[in-house]
Design a protein around this ligand. Structure first.
Ligand SMILES: [Fe+2]
Length: 299
């Protein structure tokens, strides 16, 4: 079975549930892949009814220029270089060391990340990810970051509206021998773009050092605007490495490696993927803002 069909097989139940929860999500899912409709979306969509609140007027992020980042995002769909202060990294690590994460995102499989091997034996499962499902509300440092005035300003400028906080996720990606099919349940290891809303922006922060062996994120610069018609007129948003390289060339592929604390911002309409960690585990935080919210919940 082709890889993109495997991914659909994994996700169709979730799509069905989200469409039932909010018919607007289904329209968005079908239509937002077309650039012209995304550009026109400001004309026919409601304003968001629930905006994230600034937790403070003071940002914890130094040396970033929101205007420049927003301009670069419009051009490239990607900006790399928002660095978390060491104090915040330490606070998140303190949380990670004491809070339970959930094996393969299953609430029935809680464990401390330092006891992963013990938990895998106990539950008789291999964990591909360990997800801190409550981090967005239980970790003070993450709550501070998702309400940071500079992040919100970047999102406001890029989305051209008051941003809606769509989701926050903190998770380990483990270096495992798991099969491709198993991995596809929890990670998108093929190039794809995400249909989360007509306009959307996601911030990522590495919380462990990431090199080529620890699952770096890869993004195709400029692909949020520049897509072949066949990329848009297709139900499937996934593409093979060859298809991407043939069209965009290797020069536009950004493999993002860096130390713990490195942050980057991406328009999820850019083609992107997460390489599977081969040797070292990766801890990453993702905060997503959009122009609209859907009753489908935390996508
Ligand atoms: Fe994605």
């Amino acid at each position: 079975m082709p890889n993109y069909l495997k991914r659909i097989e994994v996700k169709w139940k979730r799509y069905y549930k989200w469409a039932l929860a909010d018919y607007r999500w289904l329209f968005m899912f079908l239509l937002s892949r077309f650039k012209s409709i995304r550009n026109l979306s400001t004309l026919f969509l409601d304003q968001p009814h629930e905006n994230p609140k600034k937790l403070s007027e003071t940002s914890c992020l130094n040396n970033i220029k929101e205007d420049e980042i927003s301009d670069l995002l419009k051009k490239d769909g990607l900006y790399v270089g928002i660095n978390l202060p060491s104090k915040l990294i330490k606070q998140i690590h303190n949380y990670v060391n004491t809070a339970h994460c959930y094996g393969n995102r299953d609430r029935l499989l809680p464990f401390l990340h330092t006891e992963k091997e013990i938990a895998e034996k106990k539950y008789e499962q291999t964990f591909i990810i360990g997800d801190y499902l409550d981090a967005h509300k239980d970790c003070e440092a993450i709550r501070q970051l998702q309400g940071d005035p500079k992040l919100l300003e970047i999102a406001t400028q890029y989305l051209n509206t008051k941003p809606v906080h769509l989701s926050t996720k903190l998770w380990w990606s483990y270096a495992t021998e798991a099969s491709l099919t198993d991995r596809l349940n929890f990670a998108q290891v093929f190039f794809h773009y995400d249909l989360l809303d007509y306009r959307c922006l996601q911030f990522f922060f590495y919380l462990t050092n990431v090199d080529l062996s620890s699952g770096p994120h890869v993004c195709v610069r400029g692909s949020h605007q520049n897509k072949k018609l066949t990329h848009q007129f297709s139900f499937f948003t996934g593409r093979s490495d060859k298809n991407i390289v043939d069209y965009y060339g290797t020069d536009n592929l950004e493999v993002i490696c860096g130390k713990a604390g490195l942050g980057f911002v991406e328009d999820p309409y850019c083609f992107h993927k997460g390489i599977s960690p081969s040797k070292k585990n990766r801890l990453i935080l993702k905060i997503v803002f959009s122009a609209n919210s859907y009753r489908s919940g935390n996508l």
